[in-house]
Design a protein around this ligand. Sequence first.
Ligand SMILES: [Zn+2]
Length: 284
Amino acid sequence: MPEGSHRFQVGSIACTVLSDGYYSYPTSWFFPNADPAHLTSALASHHLPPDAILSPYTCLLIETGRHTVLVDTGAGEYSRSSGAIQSRLEIAGVRPRDVDTVILTHAHPDHIGGAIDPCGRPAFPNARCVLSEIEWEFWTGARTDLRALQVPETAKDSLHSMARRCLGALRHHIEPLERETEIVPGVVAIPAPGHTPGHLAILVTSDGQQLLNLGDAAVHPLHLEQPDWQNGFDLAADRALVTRRSLMERAIAGDMHLMAFHFPFPSVGRVAPRNGGWHWTPGW
Ligand SMILES: [Zn+2]
């Protein structure tokens, strides 16, 4: 597989992580409540610069044999340094019309932008588009309240406008979920609220192996090392920390592999408890 793709098996299910690109964020947006000196030293210990986070966008292709499922679609035209998902799928031998299920962990632009094409039509014309019902209602309703986000107003405005534009275009394809639900055999969506009201984690299970896709329940490995560090894009920051902890406990109890959309590519790895948090070891 070319750079930007990484394929592995979860039991009999073929999974491929596909890079949509990346984006550079001000560090303060990712770690709004971290002590600045502690944050700088933590970043330095990972050989990372202090001022900006170069954050990957990583989608998950799941091929069960009967179903072709894409979890998150990347940013589409949202930024110049992303939007590669269609070409990555093509190289992986998957045409847009082959995808029968798109699962959106949530309706932020980096996850939903690639679900529509440059003309504003669904990019995966044959796919049902699975999203939490709470998420749908939050973004399409009349009172979308983003005041609790710890990012600038311009960023909030773009989250809101992109969600409405994409969800509007997808409205006839959307299949809203109310609770933990098996989407196709072996693929379960799990409510994981906090980052957004209807944020989902995705669990892939086959032949005794499991992969838990965290979505944006953690957006950097430092959010695992420091379980109290918030993400400025979390709408309900306290709730997001509770969700993050419960997903980690579920992953450790079940001896699962993990995936996280914004973690260093290929964005898969494992966790183990360490110093009150969790240590991330990349790889499958
Ligand atoms: Zn994201």
